[in-house]
Design a protein around this ligand. Structure first.
Ligand SMILES: [Zn+2]
Length: 249
């Protein structure tokens, strides 16, 4: 059985979401088993895993993916986007966030230590999903996502809910080259041993973008500490977790 983990404040009428752990798929080691990205794995296994994700939500949605590039590009999903078999990633746009008000589109972000952040506006009926590794955090991809929800779909930041999925926690996000890689504004999020709290960085970026603090939640799940998740830092050759959100058709 596949097991999506949920965040309470994203549970809204007409909205489905889930952060899938690595269990319940067909991929073999080292990508065992619910690997949702090509790379370490054969296309048939990934296709079957994606079918299971779609089936979990009733099978009547189109899976929409990106070619994630650690930037801050946001794609607005249109009626013809996505596929029932969830394949054809090569045709997906290069960007790091998806946004839509169209029912029946299941937006998917793929990670193994990076953050997936899922968004929902229950009033405008808009959902979004963003991918933020440290490069995405530096470029503030979450603010770019909120900005698109506001400008394109008329959302009010104070109405938007955001949930942060499993990623490297403050226990494991070590950046020994932080002085070169991270902006000085991140220094206050540094802990002992060059560890950084990227969950707190994302929460700060979201509140700076106008979200209410009590509309932001995190699973507080560290991918490197917990074997239920894929972790690039722990395993190098590994699969990719899927985080999904969509409006029911
Ligand atoms: Zn950890």
């Amino acid at each position: 059985m596949i097991r999506p983990h949920g965040i309470e404040l994203l549970r809204l009428p007409g909205v489905v979401h889930g952060f899938f752990d690595r269990s319940g798929g067909v991929s073999l080691p080292p990508a065992d088993s619910l690997n949702l990205a090509h790379g370490e794995d054969g296309e048939e296994a990934v296709a079957e895993n994606r079918r299971r994700v779609l089936a979990f939500f009733g099978g009547d949605m189109d899976l929409v993916t990106l070619r994630q590039v650690h930037g801050k590009g946001v794609v607005c999903v249109e009626a013809g986007d996505g596929r029932k078999d969830g394949l054809a990633d090569a045709l997906a746009p290069e960007a790091d966030a998806l946004c839509t008000d169209i029912p029946g589109k299941l937006l998917m972000i793929l990670t193994a230590d990076c953050q997936a952040i899922l968004f929902s506006d229950p009033f405008k009926k808009v959902v979004a999903a963003a991918h933020a590794g440290w490069r995405g955090s530096v470029q503030n991809i979450v603010a770019a996502t909120v900005d698109t929800m506001v400008k394109r779909y008329g959302c009010r930041p104070e109405d938007i809910r955001a949930g942060i999925g499993p990623s490297l926690g403050p226990c494991c996000a070590e950046f020994i080259h932080w002085k070169n890689e991270l902006p000085s504004a991140f220094a206050s999020f540094r802990r002992e041993g060059d560890l950084f709290d990227f969950w707190a960085i994302t929460k700060k970026q979201l509140t700076d973008a106008g979200l209410k603090p009590d509309h932001i939640a995190s699973l507080n799940a560290c991918t490197r500490c917990d074997m239920r998740w894929f972790s690039f830092r722990r395993e190098k050759n590994t699969g990719r977790l899927g985080a999904v959100i969509g409006l029911l058709p």
